[in-house]
Design a protein around this ligand. Structure first.
Ligand code: ADP
Length: 193
């Protein structure tokens, strides 16, 4: 099985390009953000715990997302691999993912990193807020906290995966969605092992 990580700051276009990548390579796309929003919508205990943290732009605890990921690995069949979107997001999650995969005799295949600068993060999220109506896209304070959280907790993963020889980066700008998608797909073609 292949285990790709779709990496990048909020608004980089991970969700926008995930469908094209996962279809092309028969991967199951798993977005931890989407799974958490589904838990909130369903009113589950997990959703209730996550709601305030997400609304503030903070991360939910590692064990919460790791539980969702493990259960996806256990139950989802019929694909050549997984495209993990929004996970891992902390060094702890990255190390735990290595352990979770190691137990199965598997490993991370490659990291597909889409990069955009901070001012574009704000611009894209403001635009998305009007379209998708996500609560955590609507407030300036929440967006600022998400950007800070990304730099403090998630950016260190770049060095982690560079060290492992698995890090591949592509610019998520400029251009329209189609141009960006073509650039991302070309990059992924280049890392096909
Ligand atoms: P974006 O990529 O725009 O930040 P996501 O849908 O990936 O949006 O995530 C939304 C929110 O869900 C995050 O701000 C965070 O609160 C929570 N979340 C998603 N994935 C994780 C994760 N791996 N670890 C902790 N929290 C997460």
């Amino acid at each position: 099985m292949k285990y790709y990580i779709l990496f990048g700051p909020p608004g980089a276009g991970k969700g926008t390009h995930a469908g094209a990548i996962s279809e092309k390579y028969n991967l199951k796309h798993i977005s931890t953000g989407e799974l958490l929003r589904a838990e909130i919508a369903a009113g589950t205990e997990l959703g209730k715990q996550a709601q305030a943290l997400i609304a503030a732009g903070s991360l939910v605890p590692d064990e919460v997302v790791e539980g969702m990921i493990e259960s996806a690995f256990d139950t989802i069949k019929g694909y050549d691999g997984f495209l993990l979107d929004g996970f891992p997001r902390t060094l702890g999650q990255a190390r735990d993912l290595d352990k979770i995969l190691g137990k199965r005799g598997e490993a991370v295949t490659a990291v597909i990193s889409i990069m955009i600068p901070d001012d574009l993060i704000r611009e894209r999220i403001a635009h998305r807020a009007a379209i998708e109506g996500r609560a955590d896209d609507a407030s300036e304070a929440t967006i600022t906290n998400r950007i800070n959280t990304y730099h403090a907790q998630t950016e260190p993963l770049i060095a982690y995966y560079k060290e492992a020889g698995k890090y591949h980066e592509v610019a998520g700008y400029p251009g329209n969605i189609e141009e960006n998608r073509a650039r991302v797909l070309k990059m992924v073609e280049g890392i096909q092992a």
